[in-house]
Design a protein around this ligand. Structure first.
Ligand SMILES: NC(=O)c1ccc[n+]([C@@H]2O[C@H](COP(=O)([O-])OP(=O)(O)OC[C@H]3O[C@@H](n4cnc5c(N)ncnc54)[C@H](OP(=O)(O)O)[C@@H]3O)[C@@H](O)[C@H]2O)c1
Length: 318
């Protein structure tokens, strides 16, 4: 027997547009395999005149109150930013709607309060898409390794930094590579979030909370990729190495050290193979050993795939 689950969508840009496409493509399979008939109830945007492929114009609104008034069962937040996002997510939870979000900035700033409110009301907050786009690392930590103890994490968590470093390996300038990442839709609108490491720190904080929740952070060292020069990259290559922006968390002696910086990696290192906008994460767990995840960390469809997985999970749990 199938059940209709209605989605109130906040934002229909890169990821929201990807979600609309994927919902249409996967609708039949999701119904057959998971027994849920997913449909959009309303779509919030800023500019109502923009063409939105695959969205009935009647569903578009610029009034946030229309989303809850549409009778949606789940609210999906894909507007980005912090202030409006936290207000709208808070309103959804207050109205007893579970939420799915891809917004690491929201979670970094208000995650504790958002999760506490959801828990108190018996609701869910899905956030798989907030780290590593289409690579299901949140599920791996939350569910797959629930019975294990994670000892360390190290990863390439910012696709834009990795894209820039890869294009610099191919001889392009830093600025050209950054502009290209922006054109392709996976760079943050504010460049310093990517290239100075803040976006990767937000993601590492989310992963660390899942992996080591409760262990106090004793040290954070943060450096971005602005100082990496073409000469550094050529020197690394002549030694059989590559430069990658590596985010790492290590739990030793009851404290947690976070470090984000450009590192020289041997060509045989699992993260050295991560190129362009891809992401990678190596998890070392006491019982499971070393696990490596590689894949597309940004972009419309990979990110929408993670959002849709959360929607299906919540729809099935309801
Ligand atoms: N892009 C990626 O590859 C990627 C990967 C992982 C996670 N994420 C996260 O996913 C979220 C969305 O990113 P995106 O790249 O899809 O952003 P985007 O392309 O800029 O789209 C944002 C959408 O939200 C709407 N919007 C923004 N502020 C609004 C407001 N205050 N009220 C109503 N509508 C508003 C915009 O409306 P208009 O269309 O009318 O302007 C647009 O449709 C962010 O949290 C981002 O960090 C993105």
């Amino acid at each position: 027997m199938s059940r209709t689950v209605r989605i109130g969508l906040l934002g229909c840009g890169t990821v929201g547009g990807g979600l609309v496409t994927l919902l249409a493509e996967q609708h039949g399979q999701i119904l057959e395999r998971h027994g849920v008939d997913l449909e959009l109830s309303r779509v919030l945007v800023r500019n109502p005149d923009k063409k939105r492929k695959g969205v009935e114009p009647a569903l578009i609104t610029t009034r946030s109150a229309d989303i809850l008034a549409s009778g949606c069962d789940i609210v999906v937040e894909l507007i980005g930013g912090v202030d409006d996002a936290v207000r709208l997510v808070g309103a959804a939870l207050d109205a007893d709607r579970s939420v799915v979000t891809a917004n690491k900035a929201l979670l970094a700033a208000h995650g504790v309060a958002v999760f506490a409110k959801a828990k108190a009301r018996g609701l869910h907050v899905g956030f798989e898409a907030s780290v590593c786009g289409g690579v299901p690392v949140i599920r791996a930590l939350r569910v797959g390794l629930a019975g294990d103890s994670v000892e360390s994490l190290s990863g390439i968590l910012n696709g834009t930094c990795n894209y820039i470093l890869t294009l610099m390996e191919e001889g392009q300038s830093f600025e050209n590579a950054r502009a290209r990442a922006q054109e392709l839709g996976f760079a943050e609108a504010e460049p310093s979030l990517d290239v100075d490491g803040h976006d990767a720190l937000q993601k590492l904080t989310i992963l660390s909370e899942l992996a080591f929740g409760g262990i106090p952070v004793s040290e954070v060292s943060l450096a971005g990729i602005r100082d990496v020069t073409p000469a550094d990259i050529r020197r690394a290559r002549s030694r059989g190495q590559v430069i990658r922006h590596v985010a790492a968390a290590n739990a030793d002696d009851g404290t947690l050290r976070l470090s984000l910086r450009p590192e020289l990696l041997a060509a045989s290192h699992p993260l050295a193979a991560v190129r362009y906008e891809n992401n990678g994460l190596v998890i070392r767990a006491r019982a499971a050993g070393e696990l490596t995840f590689l894949g597309r960390g940004a972009g419309a469809l990979p990110t929408a795939s993670a959002v849709l997985a959360d929607i299906i999970d919540i729809a099935q749990a309801a």
